[in-house]
Design a protein around this ligand. Sequence first.
Ligand SMILES: [Zn+2]
Length: 251
Amino acid sequence: MMGYAHSAAGISGSLALAAYLGYVSPEAYLLAAVAGALGGIAPDIDVKDQEEGAEVTDGSRPRLAVIGLIAIGLIEDRALNYGILATVTQTPRTALFGLIIFVILLLVGHCTAHRTFAHSLLFAVLTAGCIFAICPSMVAYYLVGFLLHLILDMLNNEYNHHGIWLLYPIKSGDGIALGLCRAGRTGNKVFYFIGIGMFIAFSALYITKFNSINDTVPLFVILAYVLVSFHFVRTQSESEQRHIMHINGEL
Ligand SMILES: [Zn+2]
């Protein structure tokens, strides 16, 4: 699966969790959307643009889209006094320590081979620990996005002759690769639209629970940003994919 499909799945999965737990406030919507997207994209920190062969092409664009979503979340939190950043700054040393280790882990993950360390339960636990240190209320949504990423990647064909080794660095066989989908192909598109469709449906559910324009407008800003930015990332990625398939003689 491609990064934008994973982030769409992460957002919808974390909003489903928030709704299931009864958290239907504007703050919960923002937290779930941001943390779910971050968890959804985090394992693909090991994707290198144009460097690991023709199958991997969209490393940076979905990451930038998620960084933009985080920025919108921070602005909304500050402007509307949701108090999320305020809880982070209550324990500044712990949060800063978590952030530094998180960045180091991402850098290490980026240097490792695709679908190895960054696609493991070890990486999930380590990065979730950092997210917990930064903002404890984000960690469940982050993990939902991360674990959905691993599950969707298990549906793929093998990459570089192996699948997902959940217990990496322990490698059992060739890892899990069920061979039902290929990154950037039809299965990816199907899961992307399921994720986006669920995101729109959960956004509509939240809107019905809000009773003021001050709550609804920030939700629409996040919804519109995700729909537009992910659409841009997907169309760019798909045009690259068509180019690759053309080179490979598949088109
Ligand atoms: Zn992946």
